[in-house]
Design a protein around this ligand. Structure first.
Ligand code: G4P
Length: 519
């Protein structure tokens, strides 16, 4: 099979959601389709006592080491599916954002009873910033939820993206009858605990469901939507401007099969990516890829590290020699792993779109490009994701200043945590997007650099970057703290939303830059 055919078969995506919206339940159903697991309840560890596949690193966490997202892959309908986990809850970290740089599309799960929630917004913004196509699954239709039109309005308003409902629910909760599949012109009937059934719309009059008032009302509602709503455009979907919306229930499961079958057809295969030299297409003959995550201490006995590499072009073969573009050093990729279910299998070959784990002797940094030896390009740097929580950090024992600096320097380089320097005080402030990052930081400083660190929280903050020429230290104080980032750029850590708005009112002349701003 040619390179082009291999690439076209691959679908690499992440599922994003707010905790409890149903990401694990959905993942589990998809793994069932892929025959990766045999029974429901295998993924979710809470009740069964087994560990979740998508949470398999929970095991490592229990041994007191760092946790980050994992990858699952399986074959489905002639496609090679790669699902990247985006940890939520207390596992939320910068890695969750970075994972989104390694996917080609995203499935956003929204709980119909709650609508859009905070963590969904954050993850969505990263997708929008990067133009990643987003497919929406509105979950928990078996419960009494918000009106479908309300939910679509909310997505359009809060997330600023056009919606196109691929299907439309008929009733909800106890009155839930099924979904009208506009795209395939059929009705998918909800049969409670029984399997769903498919009825072509041309034959719907023969089914008693068509006589129910709720059904008739919904057909009318859909006619209005056909006239007033946006037209479906796959091009706009692929540009990240429109999101196809599917309704269903991950738990039932209901509408999951038709969602996934449609998604797999619409979702993009790996595309070209920008580098320092030229745009590299996934069927470019030479191997290349970039590291988007480094997992330290997966095995406490060995203290080894695994770097997660997204293959972007060519063919990876185990044992091949590649070049680390940043240093020009040649590295043999001998120990490589692919993450299937809860095991780690050795990977022999891989193509664009796939994620492999490569053994890291300590040479890699987040964002590093690995490339065929004769090439010189590097993939675009991974963006800096604005942290939200900040702590002042010092060494408990002042005699350990040297190890303290070394540890921080390396962990920052690795991307475990972000470092800011107070201005003009030069105090050290570390920023994170999730609490887990601090725990990992403290743990690793102690275990790898033998330094106990003291953390003093300065709370959740709102970071806004400044233009150099507009920096006036007199305008800022402890409340709205002026600091410098890793590139020497100035930013202000605003105490809260009120302080930010007060400042904007008072100093309209100062431009405040929000790295998460999407238009
Ligand atoms: P998450 O990974 O996004 O955090 O969500 P998860 O799948 O764990 O789902 C959160 C809760 O919502 C679970 O219930 C799950 O069973 C339920 N759920 C998921 N999809 C649906 C659905 O379509 N309909 C309904 N009614 N519930 C759904 P839990 O009681 O918190 O967990 P468990 O103890 O049942 O495992």
């Amino acid at each position: 099979m040619g390179l082009q055919d291999e690439v076209q078969k691959r679908k690499t995506f992440a599922i994003i959601s707010h905790p409890d919206a149903g990401k694990t339940t959905m993942t589990e159903k998809l793994l069932l389709f892929g025959n990766l697991i045999r029974s429901a309840g295998t993924v979710k560890g809470k009740k069964s006592g087994k560990f979740a596949t998508s949470d398999w690193m929970e095991i490592e966490k229990q041994r007191g080491i760092s946790v980050t997202s994992s990858v699952m892959n399986f074959d489905y309908m002639g496609h090679k599916v790669n699902i990247l986990d985006t940890p939520g809850h207390e596992d939320f970290s910068e890695d969750t954002y970075r994972t989104l740089t390694a996917v080609d599309s995203v499935v956003m799960i929204i709980d119909a009873t709650k609508g859009i929630e905070a963590q969904t917004i954050k993850l969505f913004k990263v997708c929008k910033m990067r133009g990643i196509p987003i497919f929406t699954f509105i979950n928990k239709l078996d419960r009494e939820g918000r009106e479908p039109l309300d939910l679509l309005d909310q997505i359009e308003e809060v997330l600023n993206i056009e919606t196109y409902p691929i299907n439309w629910p008929v009733g909800m909760g106890k009155r839930f009858l099924g979904i009208l599949d506009r795209y395939h012109d059929q009705f998918i009937k909800y049969n409670g605990n029984e399997e769903e059934s498919y009825i072509p719309m041309s034959e719907i009059d023969h089914d008693e469901v068509s006589q129910q008032p709720t059904f008739q009302e919904t057909v009318e509602e859909l006619e209005l939507l056909d006239e007033a709503g946006d037209q479906f455009s796959l091009d706009r979907v692929l540009e990240g401007e429109q999101t196809p919306v599917f309704f269903g229930s991950a738990l039932a499961p209901f509408g999951v099969q038709s969602f996934f079958d449609t998604f797999i057809k619409m979702a993009p295969a790996p595309g070209p990516r920008r580098t320092t030299e030229e745009v590299i297409s996934p069927d470019y003959p030479d191997f290349s890829g970039f590291i988007f995550k480094i997992q330290a201490n997966m095995n406490p006995q060995h203290r080894d590290r695994i770097a997660f590499l997204r293959v972007c072009s060519g063919k990876f073969e185990r044992g091949m020699n590649v070049k680390l573009a940043r240093t020009g050093k040649t590295i043999r990729l001998g120990q490589t792993q692919q993450f299937v279910a809860s095991s780690r299998d050795t990977v022999e070959e891989a193509f664009a779109g796939e994620i492999i784990g490569v053994y890291d002797p300590g040479s890699y940094r987040i964002g590093d490009t690995l490339v065929d030896g004769k090439q010189t390009f590097e993939y675009d740097e991974l963006p800096q994701f604005p942290p939200e929580m900040f702590q002042r950090v010092t060494a408990k024992n002042v005699m350990k200043a040297k190890q303290f600096r070394k540890g921080i320097e390396q962990l920052v380089q690795e991307g475990a945590i972000q470092l800011f320097r107070g201005y003009p005080t030069d105090s050290m402030i570390i920023g994170a997007v999730g609490q887990l990052q601090y725990e990992v930081f403290q743990h690793r400083m102690k275990n790898e650099y033998n330094v106990e660190v003291l953390l003093e929280s300065i709370g959740d903050r709102i970071p806004r970057w400044l233009k150099k020429e507009q920096v006036d230290p007199k305008l800022f104080d402890e409340r709205n703290l002026l600091v410098k980032d890793r590139d020497g750029e100035f930013l202000v850590l605003f105490k809260n939303d009120f302080a930010l708005r007060w400042f904007i009112d008072k100093h309209p002349e100062v431009d405040l830059i929000d790295l998460f701003e999407v238009n």
